[in-house]
Design a protein around this ligand. Structure first.
Ligand code: MF3
Ligand code: CO
Length: 252
């Protein structure tokens, strides 16, 4: 069942999503060669708890950290460790927060120092594909229109869409119905309704779409070893507009 949220509930989801946005803004300043990844995780957890909120990923199905930090060929769910960030890497940082029983979820991919033009393009196309997906996520459209918009744009730019992981409804749980694939045909299945809150999160590969999971049971990597990027926003669908809750300007 898909939950329809009242404006009061959307405000709660917005509050959590705002804490995620502020956490990612804080982390953006720290990204540089030589920084231990585990330090980013510690800073994020402190920052979140200081606001009376809790890291939503920590303990979720046994996940051990506040952030997912996914470097280069890691698509998503990289577990923070003592490794140092290195010049030329692209680093996906995914963060979820729960406050007062409501969840927010967002991810961005950052460059560490100078990166190749191809990695720059991958980041830009992935970010723009998220915005195309959000644009398609409007009242009266279908859930599948989101994935269609993302896939069409990504493939026109020569990259590929990961199939194994998808976006999701969000609200009083981190993952709710519906699933939001980043690929597929338009105008299929469920319609988007007023009060639906979704996390849209394209995972885009530079090479082939295929992925596998490491022995740790979490780290998802590209099969061909090429880089992957990930951007995610939590959004709310209203009758006359769609609001991006996990970015600063959502009040404006
Ligand atoms: N943003 C990811 C998702 O929505 C993060 C979940 S990772 C986990 O699926 F650690 F919480 F499992
Ligand atoms: Co998510």
């Amino acid at each position: 069942m898909v939950s329809i949220r009242s404006s009061h509930e959307i405000e709660k989801i917005a509050r959590s999503a705002q804490i995620v946005a502020d956490t990612l803004d804080m982390l953006a300043e720290k990204i540089e060669p030589g920084v231990p990844i585990i330090d980013l995780d510690r800073m994020a957890e402190e920052f979140i708890r200081a606001q009376g909120a809790r890291p939503a990923f920590k303990g979720y199905m046994g996940y051990p950290a506040t952030l997912c930090v996914s470097i280069d060929d890691v698509v998503v769910h990289g577990i923070p460790n003592g490794d140092l960030l290195q010049e030329g890497q692209i680093v996906g940082i995914d963060c979820g927060v729960e406050k007062d029983g409501y969840f927010g979820d967002s991810a961005r991919t950052f460059a560490v120092g100078e990166i190749t033009p191809e990695k720059k393009k991958l980041m830009a196309v992935t970010k723009k594909s998220l915005m195309k997906g959000i644009k398609a996520a409007k009242f009266g459209n279908y859930v599948s229109d989101i994935g269609y918009a993302i896939q069409t744009y990504v493939e026109a730019n020569g990259f590929s869409v990961v199939r194994e992981l998808v976006g999701h409804g969000i609200g009083t749980r981190l993952h709710e119905e519906p699933q939001v694939p980043n690929y597929g045909k338009p105008k299929q299945g469920q319609k988007l309704r007023e009060g639906m809150c979704l996390a849209i999160e394209p995972m885009i590969n530079m090479g082939e779409k295929d992925v596998y999971t490491d022995e740790d049971g979490w780290t998802v990597r590209t099969k061909d070893g090429e880089s992957s990027a990930h951007f995610e926003h939590t959004i709310a669908i209203l009758k006359d507009r769609t609001i991006i809750l996990s970015q600063r300007s959502h009040n404006g």
